[in-house]
Design a protein around this ligand. Structure first.
Ligand SMILES: [Zn+2]
Length: 232
């Protein structure tokens, strides 16, 4: 995946996006608004909307007496790579609503970033984008299930380790000491192997999350009329 081009956003909008991302990160609540106007230059935000699913309920540009141009919303707590791309709902909603541009804002480590994409005008491209992004969503679900499995396995490991710590401290009779130590050694070996397996699996899962992000970006790159990402 080549480096994404930086977005050419008016300073005024960057400031508005920046403030929204920071307060969304602090409150851990999604913030979104329509961009109203005829271009990015004269676009102004409609009333803010807050909350989980606010993106789809975003208020209308009629309130500010302008045409609908695009939209912006935040992905707070984007610790994993797949939160740094639009979700399949984001894509479908933007296509349906006829957004000219759609931006998401998030924190990438210490950096405040905004990723924008332009829903294609071409009908066939719209269909293909929606279809391929839908497929991507399935990959994402499979991946999420593996994360769940990993978490369950990790829980089991922690419990086993806890049991081991308890057994380690149990008093033993002198003639049982040798066998007890042998057993502890065996247990410890098994726990170490288990931990190593979990650690390898965790790395694999994180790599796959990064691959999923790249896949989403390459789909957008193929069909969207623009795609860019900036640190603001
Ligand atoms: Zn979103």
């Amino acid at each position: 995946m080549p480096e994404l081009l930086p977005c050419k956003l008016p300073q005024r909008l960057e400031t508005i996006f920046y403030d929204a991302i920071i307060s969304s990160e602090k409150s851990e609540v999604e913030i979104g608004f329509h961009l109203c106007g005829t271009s990015l230059e004269d676009a102004e935000p409609a009333r803010l909307c807050l909350g989980e699913k606010c993106f789809v309920k975003i208020t209308d540009c009629a309130e500010v007496g302008k045409a609908h141009f695009g939209s912006f919303h935040t992905h707070p707590d984007a610790a994993i790579p797949i939160e740094k791309v639009p979700s399949d709902t984001d894509v479908d909603v933007a296509l349906e609503r006829g957004d000219r541009i759609d931006c998401i804002g998030f924190m990438d480590g210490p950096s405040v970033k905004v990723l924008c994409w332009c829903p294609p005008v071409d009908y066939e491209k719209k269909l293909k984008l929606s279809w391929e992004y839908g497929q991507w969503q399935w990959d994402l679900r499979v991946w999420s299930r593996r994360v769940e499995d990993w978490n369950n396995e990790y829980e089991k490991y922690l419990k086993a380790k806890e049991r081991y710590e308890v057994v380690k401290e149990l008093p033993v009779r002198p003639w049982e000491l040798h066998r007890h130590l042998e057993e502890l050694k065996e247990q410890e070996k098994l726990l170490n192997e288990w931990r190593e397996r979990l650690e390898n699996e965790r790395k694999k899962i994180l790599r796959e999350a990064e691959e999923l992000r790249e896949k989403a970006l390459s789909i957008l790159e193929k069909y969207a009329d623009c795609l860019c990402e900036s640190k603001i």
